[in-house]
Design a protein around this ligand. Structure first.
Ligand code: LLP
Length: 409
């Protein structure tokens, strides 16, 4: 990775360990800003994909804004040097205290998902005597053609305000004393590999922008959410440039600032999860390689049947040698059959080998847990020939340090 041997990193920092390339993150961020350079735009990186302070700090320094879904994510952004006015606050369940904190910090925009949330934001804004900038998240009822768990723009999904109701809700918002309407927002899902659903959603949103103009409601920005997919194994996602080419003609006519909320596409392929083979267990039907990472470290395969590439950390100089390979299931040591990281991968393995699971920079560490009392992995960032620990491996003692024995009589 960059100029660093990941095998050396595994030796120095131990496994399991997430490793991220600073340059790879910046390259994708730059691809977004270059592709949309002809428009006023703001990339608001979706923090949920990877919220390590170092990752946020690198993006904040490059000028990124952020898309957050909790007070915790906002606190991280601010701790990493992000600017609150470039933050959009998404999510269906913002609480009174989340809203109060965000408004006090000077948040850029609340992406509102229901009438009840709109009223709550107005109440908080009134109590602070500070108008709240809002956009409505519109649910355009467009099929994102992705895994059902990460599809969000269909009318059966819990997200957003339906296209049919949006105009009326905007009119309601315009009548509220402490609501400042600034934009319109839409996010239809994640890991989209085709551009058509984005275009279909944009068309629906543009229709609404015209109806709003006719009703005397002028906006400053349009937020197209995130969702651009990446290549994990053999997917062929649309490139950022193709994505821009498809949207730019429609967007430039609007005369609005454009926000994007990419998460996965910025960090997924900037990161790997390093794991060591602890036990080889060939059986009559299947070969299992039991590694020191597990579903608690990387839940995407178990949760979404996601397929992520697994490569040896040391590649022979003439490329991957297929001689002597066998199909292996790469599994963790957790007591669940769903605890697998990859299935039927042709590899030549020995105990002690270090494997890299690629595409692990997004929704890897952030979705990890302590299931089976396993401390969460360490995280390392690489830049050029230097590398740095950006999160210590948790200690086992820390896992129960905040617990207490029952003492009441
Ligand atoms: N904006 C909103 C409002 C979102 O809900 C999301 C992701 C994003 C932006 C960023 O989407 P991205 O560019 O990363 O696709 N854990 C799942 C993905 C869940 C995505 C949730 N929302 C996975 O590992 O595949």
């Amino acid at each position: 990775m960059e100029q660093v041997s990941i095998d050396e990193l595994a030796k120095q920092y131990g496994t399991p360990c997430y490793v991220y390339s600073k340059q790879a993150i910046l390259d994708v961020y730059q691809a977004y800003t270059d592709s949309f350079a002809s428009l006023n735009h703001q990339v608001c990186y979706a923090v949920k994909a990877n919220s390590n302070l170092a990752v946020l700090g690198v993006l904040a320094q490059a000028g990124a804004g952020f898309d957050i879904v909790s007070r915790g994510e906002l606190m991280r952004v601010l701790a990493a040097g992000g600017v609150a006015s470039r933050v959009v606050f998404s999510g269906v369940g913002k609480t009174y205290s989340d809203i109060e904190y965000a408004l006090t910090q000077g948040i850029g925009c609340f992406n509102v998902e229901s009438i009840s949330e709109l009223t709550l934001i107005n109440d908080v804004a009134k109590s602070l005597d500070k108008p709240a900038p809002i956009s409505l998240r519109v649910n355009p009822n467009v099929d994102a053609k992705t895994h059902p768990y990460i599809s969000t723009g269909l009318k059966d999904n819990k997200f957003g305000i339906t296209h049919e109701d949006a105009l009326a809700v905007y009119q309601q918002a315009a009548d509220l004393s402490h609501i400042d309407i600034v934009g319109i927002d839409c996010h239809i899902g994640s890991q989209l590999t085709e551009v058509e659903p984005f275009v279909a959603a944009l068309d629906k949103v543009i229709e609404l922008i015209h109806s709003l103009r006719n009703a005397g409601i002028e906006l400053q920005h349009i937020d197209l959410g995130g969702g651009l997919g990446v290549r994990y194994i053999d997917e062929t996602p649309v490139s950022i440039d193709e994505f821009a080419q498809a949207l730019l003609p429609k967007l430039s006519e609007l005369g609005l600032t454009v926000f994007f909320e990419p998460g996965r596409s910025i960090v997924a392929n900037a990161g790997v999860l390093l794991t060591q083979v602890d036990v080889l267990k060939p059986t009559e039907h299947k070969n299992f390689a039991i590694v020191d990472a597990a579903m608690n470290d990387l839940i995407r395969p178990a949760l979404y049947q996601a397929e992520m590439a697994v490569i040896p950390s040391v590649l022979p100089s003439d490329g991957i040698d297929t001689d002597g390979t066998q199909p292996w299931d790469i599994v963790g040591a957790i007591c669940e059959t769903g605890d697998f990281l990859a299935k039927d991968r042709l590899l030549s393995l020995a105990t002690g080998d270090v494997l890299a699971i690629t595409g692990a920079g997004a929704y890897g560490f952030t979705m990890s847990s302590n299931y089976n009392s396993r401390p969460r992995a360490s995280e390392v960032m690489v830049s050029g020939d230097s590398h740095q620990l950006i999160r210590k491996r948790e200690t086992i003692e820390a896992l129960y340090a905040d617990e207490a024995l029952w003492q009441a009589q």
